[in-house]
Each structure stands twice: as structure tokens, then as C-alpha cells.
Write a protein that binds this ligand. Sequence first.
Ligand code: GLC
Length: 591
Amino acid sequence: MNYYFINGPALTEVTERYTRLTGTPEMPPLWALGYHQCRWSYYPDSRVRELAAAFREKQIPCDALYLDIDYMDDYRVFTWDEELFPDPEGLIRDLKEQGFETIVMINPGVKVDNDYELYRQGRDKGYFCTRPDGEMVIAPVWPPECAFPDFTNPEVRAWWGGLYEDLMARKKVSGIWNDMNEPAVFEVESKTFPNHVRHDFDGHPCSHKKAHNIYGMQMARASLEGMKKQNPDKRPFLLTRANFAGGQRYAALWTGDNIATWDHLRLASEQSIRLSISGYSFVGSDVGGFVEKPSAELFTRWLQLAIFHPLFRNHTMGYNVDGAAAVKKEEVELRRAQSDTDQEPWVFGDDHTAINRSMIELRYRLLHYLYTAFYHYVQQGTPILRPLSYYDQSDEQALSQKGPFLFGDDILVAPVLEPGTTALEVYFPEGGWYDFRTGERYEGRQTHQVEAPLEAIPFFVRAGAVLPLREVMQHTQERALQQLELNVYYGEGETTSRLYEDAGEGYDYESGAYRLTTFRQQGQSDRLSLSAEREGDYELAYAEVEVTILGLPFEPSAVHVDGRRVPLEKTADGDYTLYLSDPDFKEVDIK
Ligand code: GLC
């Protein structure tokens, strides 16, 4: 064991240093922060097309659709079932035209089959894991007999990475989903390899006892490196189930097979926060629960929580499993017809569809803010999700808070984790906090009762923050942004907020095509000034900024933007709005 001692002393700094020590990922493509729809499994291709059409027709934003194991030919990785998916390129292209990225599953287990080229290659080159006597490890996963690449061998990783050529460069899938990479093995009590299995371990041979925890991470590493090689100009999106410390460099992570219960909703929140403060911010859970079907209420509450999880993916098992064994496709279809297992946001009745839609829209409104938090995570290792103790560790009350958490620097979320909730008692740390929905301000270091009707998740913006809001689109690339909204939440004294923008795809940001704005707010009882300092030369698509000032403690008589007087409108809620035709404004002064 190697021990590292990290003296923050602030908790946030402990996580930041630990994260920089183990590594940070690169910026994800913006679409990967949109809403993802998954299930086990959408097939045949016509059903995938119907799904895509349904999202657009119902006007529920969505950026990514997944193909789970059934798209493969008898669970042979890197193949397609030609009956179910006769024209994968055509399907992927058409989905892309409608603004959907396609993500497909790739598992480590390679089907033992002498007629399968991939299996023959791995076997002949000695790339599969072996036992001490040199025999290959053969075990059941989805195919009844699988061999397992030894991802701890650099040569095997390079081989595996190369296998993505067809999927990435020709079929143009946008993302890869690595699953079962613990590695999971069926029909044994340990559910994984025995300890005696041998690994190359980058030229330092060892047993599985030593390699177990990094097996999944090395698979993710091999996949990511291969994906990047195939499409060097595109930012890769990889999702993995197994990983290890440092694996945040390679892949986003979901918390695995959960159950549609309120307990698991709470777990989803706690696990995501804990992963996040462990250096792993690109996380989320199967929204709605994987096993069983959630009630309409549970689904909506889960969706509301997941708005604030960097990975926002709805996934369910359907009726695909009996015990540990996969069920035949005909049986799945039969059960599907007999009992409703669908979990798309519109299957819970019209009232819920409307709420679910507005919640997903809210995620799209907040994308600039999340993207900025992601940027700080990448740059500094700053966790995107944090417990309240990270906000003020001298506050004993904050230390004991279990439900509420911070999302980025400026938002406090109070998720609803119990059925029948209409109000919550929320403890607020130091400072002032504005309810995003009502604009009401709550003072910190106190507990307040806040409303939590089904159609809303209570969340609060820090006094002094400048919150960027995007217009709602059906997917992140639907059209260029026309306008950005900035909500300025009045706060006393000097406060700062940041906004990061770039093309959301590609690597031009590495050579300066980004824009980092630091807003400084000075709040006095009779004056508010806001300055903006910018870095980077990314050219914005929008030319207009709508600024809304909330919580101003005085009646303003004059507003100047960069020395010029401009009109200020009072809104029905008593806030003030001004329109700026120059997104490069430097100073807003309100008296
Ligand atoms: C595993 C995964 C799950 C997936 C299923 C079928 O249970 O965790 O997400 O749907 O396998 O591939």
C-alpha cells in the first residue's frame, strides 16, 4: 500500500489535490451533458427510429440514444445482428440528422466461437486471460462461453482500441458503453474471476488478486485510446460500469443496476456525491431505476434529482432477465406486451409527461452552468457535486446534512427523496440563497421550510452569483444560440462567478478558442455593480444578453452599461431586466 496524506485544510482542496494527483478527464462534448435515453434493449432498428420520432414529436429534449447488447449478433462484441439492424450506418446517420448521438455497448467477454474472427485473433495471439497452467479462462457471461482480453497488457489494449475502427470511423457511432468489466462472470458465487487468474500487469505479471480492481479501468483506457485514435478531432464519450481511482480520465460512470425504489433514489444521490468528492464527477444513476418499474411520482422525483447529475441517463431493464440468465427475445416481447415496462418520460400519464418535459428542459437551461462546473473540474479537480460540509466545514450543522448538496459553485439542491412530499425542511449554510423558482430569498445558518410540489425540485442560487441560462432546445446542436440569459442574484459585498464557453466539440479550445468570463459583483444597500473580465478568443454565436437582476434591496433610478445609460424594465415578479446588445460588456452599474 502507498499512502498519500493530503492536508487541504479545506475539504474542497483535499478533493482537488487528490483529483489532480490521480488525473482529470478532458472536456466532454456538450451533447454528452444533455439527456440520454436507454433501455435494455431498443430493437429492431424501426423501434429505435420510432423512439427518436417520439422525442421530437413530444418535444422532449434528448441528445443520445443507446443500443444495449441485443444489437449484436448473438452477443459477439463488435458485430451487428443483421436481421434486427440491417443498415446500422443508415440508422446512425438518420438519427444524427435528427440530433441524436448513438451510443453502443461493448463488453469484455469475447464469445468462444472458432468461426468468429475476433475470438480467433485473440486466441492465436495469446491476448486472453489464462490460469496458472496456461489454459484460457473460459466463463459464461452473455454468451455461454467467453474469453477475456487481458487489458493489463499494453499490446492487448492497443489491439482492443483498434477494434473500434469500424464502429467509430465507419459507422460513426458517437459513444461507447463498456459494461460487465469488473469482470462480471455468471454462475459463480464470486461473480468474477478466481484470484489465481494471471495478468500481464504492464510487464510485471501478477495474479487477479492484484489486478482485479484495475481490470475494468484498463478496459476503459483501451477503449478511450482506440476511440480517440479513430476520431482524433472529436471529443470521445465513453461510459463504464467498473473503474478505479484515476479512471475518471477515461470514462463517465453510472452507479450500476439499481432498483426502482425510494431507497435507491436516496442511494443514487449519495453515491453520486461520494463519487464526485472522490475525484469522479462525471457520474449518474439509472434514472427511474433499472430493476422494476417506478411509480409516476418516483420517476419524476428521480428525473428531478438527475437534472443535477453530470450524467443524465434514463435506463431500465425491461423484462430481460430471469435470475442471472438473459431471457429469449420472443419471451421478452411477450412479457412486454403483457405488462408495461416502458420507462420513457412520457409513459406515466399526461400530467407527469408535462412535468417530466419541463424538468428535462430545465437541464437544458442549466447547461452553460454545468459546462462551466465541468471546466473547473477538468482544470482544478473541483468536484461538481459536493456535500454542504464542502461549502463551510466550520459549520457543524452543515456537516450533518444528508439530503441537500451543492451543484457547482452557486447552486444548492434539496432533492425530494420521499413519497408524498410537498414541503421540505432545508438547512442553508452561510450567506443568502434564492429559490430558483420563486425568487424568494432565504438567509443562511438557518433551517427554513421550503415548498416542494411535485412539479418542482427545490434548488437555490447563492446570493452574489451570476447564473447563465440557455434557451431550451430539443438537442444541444439544434441551432446556434441567439441569446444568453444571465440571472444576477444580488448579494452583499464582493462575490465572483464564472462562465466558461467554447464550441462544445473538438479541440480548438486547447489553442485559445474558449471564453472564460469572471463576473464580479459589488453589492451595497443603494448600489450594485457588476464587472466582467474575459479570457480567450472564442467567438460567440449570440450577440444579445438578457440580464435579470433579482433581490435588489433598493429602487434603482439609473443604470449604466460601460458608461452609457440604458433602460431597465421592471418585471411582474418585481425583478429588473435589461437587454445588452454587446455580449462583451465590461461593467453594469445600478444605482
Ligand atoms: C448489465 C448492465 C445494464 C445492462 C445489462 C444488459 O446489467 O449493468 O445496464 O442493461 O447488463 O446489457
